[in-house]
Design a protein. Structure first.
Length: 249
């Protein structure tokens, strides 16, 4: 099975332009993502999909192919598809370019279900919720069926509880926005119009559910913190230092 890891790295982020190049503990953000992705045992090839020459140059210095894509693309999924549509691959992993805490073990756990189920179209990650994440509209939540397939995603606390003080959050998981797709399904996904529920929630994975696909949710202990603003750099540096300290103890 040919598995292509794609790191979409757009320069013109609304909240943090050029964030792929920002320095985190002495290394550019993109370097953290590339190095973590290279730890995977199941990804057979890795590329960076970008719209900016400086990001492309950095990728090449890191030993990764850079594919130039249009700056007008509406989403990271569209950027991934433009980069891979002419390639002979089976499974494509969309590795968020602003997730410096990513590692190979997490990516391999996301890829593994495709080796077991040839009908699987899409997979993503989920982890246990805490109260802060449950209440935050910046955190997507997932409701699962009995086979750990996604029933629905929302930015709001789901399912609704009439007893909000019970302290029980196990009915849903925190969504981690890393995806793997069969190539044919990613092509279908990107060719279809935005679904109405996707527009309401601002979550593109709802388009896959609208199209009738099952999204396998892999439970993980891994947590992530994306770099969306300059303030996030400080938070991520602290997390990296804490994890390095724990690893040495």
């Amino acid at each position: 099975m040919k598995v292509l890891g794609v790191i979409p790295a757009r320069y013109g982020s609304t909240r943090f332009p050029g964030k792929s190049l920002v320095t985190i503990l002495g290394k550019p953000l993109l370097q953290w993502v590339v190095e973590g992705s290279k730890e995977s045992q199941k990804i057979t090839d890795l590329i960076v999909a970008t719209d900016h020459s400086e990001i492309a140059s950095l990728a090449q210095k890191l030993g990764v192919e850079a594919v130039m894509t249009s700056p007008e693309l509406p989403s990271g999924s569209d950027r991934v598809w433009e980069a891979v549509k002419d390639r002979n691959v089976d499974v494509i992993v969309n590795i968020q370019g602003d997730e410096p805490l990513i590692n190979g073990v997490v990516l391999d756990s996301l890829i593994q279900p495709f080796t077991l189920n040839t009908d699987l179209k899409m997979a993503t990650l989920g982890r246990k919720l805490d109260l802060e994440s449950l209440q935050s509209v910046n955190t997507a939540k997932i409701i699962l069926d009995a086979d750990d397939n996604a029933i629905y995603f929302s930015r709001f606390p789901i399912p609704y509880s009439r007893n909000a003080s019970d302290g029980e959050y196990s009915a849903s998981l925190k969504h981690l926005g890393i995806y793997a797709y069969r190539k044919d399904f990613l092509g279908l996904f990107c060719s279809c119009e935005v679904a109405e529920i996707e527009k309401f929630e601002g979550l593109e994975q709802l388009r896959a559910l609208y199209l009738g696909a099952k999204i396998k949710v892999i439970r993980t202990q891994h947590d992530s913190w994306g770099v969306d603003t300059p303030e996030d750099v400080i938070k991520v540096e602290k997390l990296i230092l804490e994890r390095n300290t724990c690893g040495k103890s």
